[in-house]
Design a protein around this ligand. Sequence first.
Ligand code: PLP
Length: 380
Amino acid sequence: MILDKDKTSKILKQLEEHKNRDYTFSSGRILGSMCTEPHPIAREAYLKFLDVNLGDPGLFPGSKEMETKLIEFTSKLFHTPKTASGISVSGGTEGNITAVWIAKQITGGKELIIPKHAHFSFQKIASLMDIKLVPVDLTSEYTIDINSIRKYINSNTAAIVGVAGSTDLGVIDPISELSEICLEEQIFLHIDAAFGGFVIPFLENHPSFDFSLSGVSSLSVDFHKMGYSAIPLGIFFIRDKKWLDEISVESTCISIKRQSGLLGTRSAGPIAAAYAVTQYLGYKGYKKVVEQCMETTRYAEEKINSIGLSLIREPVLNILGVKLRKPSKVIELLSKKGWKVGDMKHLSGIRIVVMPHVTKKVIDEFIPVLEEVCLEVEEI
Ligand code: PLP
């Protein structure tokens, strides 16, 4: 189709006006998001697959093969057994929905045991699936209190959730212990590794958190977080591919007889983007990205301490929680100065996620502004 030049330029101008009002990752000013500017190769790959619908994979066998290869690449990070399978999802929320959906189908249970720091997507799950959430207290280290879990387990328990890289502080629940309990009690264990899944495997001496623990039933991870790729994409893994039957339905008018998972029509754009990034970076490239983010996290911690502020707890991954008495005021003033940090009023703090776009240079620019704002509200 030949586009009308005048109309096109008018519309593009409108789009630009909208976009110009957004904050950008490339400016470094977004400090409180788990997303980042995708790797440059992601953009090109995404556009090439704009018209491909992987909800109807029989029409797009080449793209389907690319998705299979992407899932294979990702699965190697999590020691998936031969019986396992993975499916693409739109992100952490859908990954968690899928896990609980399967667990509920298998067990018939209607209670979900979650750590108090579990992502708010579990609230949606409770509402959608008529599930009762059973929140478990955290320890002084902000991880699930393993000693109090057993008292919540009963015949109505659908699953237990462990988080590997919590939304607030990036902590990792004691997954080995959770795995032991779930094996003993025969309970479905889902690991929400939406953020940590692309960080933890690349850290030296990291704790076990994946299918290497035989009690882990499912795990989800996001490419649009530390997977360094485009929104929206996550991968959901399940220990036994037969369990996917629980969430598959007969499909008509498309090229396959059954479709598994929540989404119907879904773009191959994010899959192509992620595939391109994995091919470009390889496991070694991802390790470098993580090492750089962790080094910048330590650098930021020193700088924060140097202006008289302290952290809520020592960082485990590339997330910093800064302790404040008046976080709302600080957030408001930082925002006026063009800096967007994460709101953690519930922990009396702010969150800084050291994503690839948050470099040492960005930290050097941010710290004097944070100091100025904190002096103004008498935090320091
Ligand atoms: N799980 C965790 C641990 C998260 O941090 C997030 C988002 O921050 C989610 C799930 C939800 O991910 P999404 O917003 O991609 O659905």
